[in-house]
Design a protein around this ligand. Structure first.
Ligand code: DQA
Length: 148
């Protein structure tokens, strides 16, 4: 399979489903990843998935993606969205196009969530669609020429 996509979830997203459910909903990360894998199969793409609470581990995973020939990255950097120059540099360093995704509408929340170290470089941003955003992102990446 020539097209592979990497889905990255940053810190605390392993708690999806139990973490502040009024903001992030009731579906777990394994629900989300399970559905994404099924959809990837239908779209004929290989999906790698990775979750970490550690900045350096995410940097390492992004660097590995280049060796794997990953064509597109979908990333929910969690709180690192608002702090991480290192993850930004990694994703620019490997030169793989990416989509930035947030489950919640970060712009309707605290001011410190309004700034992102990723948005100005992302192909597209998905914000506030709940976990449905992961389905939209995968569909877009798998069918977009930018990720061919
Ligand atoms: O951990 C998260 C999750 C988040 O990225 C989201 O998916 O809505 C929004 C971030 O501000 C927050 O730190």
């Amino acid at each position: 399979m020539s097209r592979s996509i990497l889905l990255i979830n940053g810190p605390n997203l392993n708690l999806l489903g139990t973490r502040e459910p009024e903001i992030y909903g009731h579906e777990t990360l394994s629900d989300v990843v399970g559905l994404a894998k099924l959809n990837a199969e239908k779209l004929d793409v290989k999906l790698y998935d990775f979750q970490s609470n550690h900045e350096g581990a995410i940097v390492d995973r992004i660097q590995q993606a280049r060796d794997e020939g990953v064509k597109g990255i979908i990333i929910n950097p969690g709180a690192f969205t608002h702090t991480s120059v290192a993850i930004r540099d990694a994703i620019l360093g490997v030169d793989i196009p990416f989509i930035e995704l947030h489950v919640s509408n970060v712009h309707a929340r605290e001011a410190f969530r309004h700034h992102s170290y990723f948005s100005d470089k992302a192909v597209a941003i998905i914000v506030g669609f709940g976990v449905k955003g992961y389905e939209y992102a995968l569909d877009f990446v798998a069918t977009s020429l930018k990720f061919a």
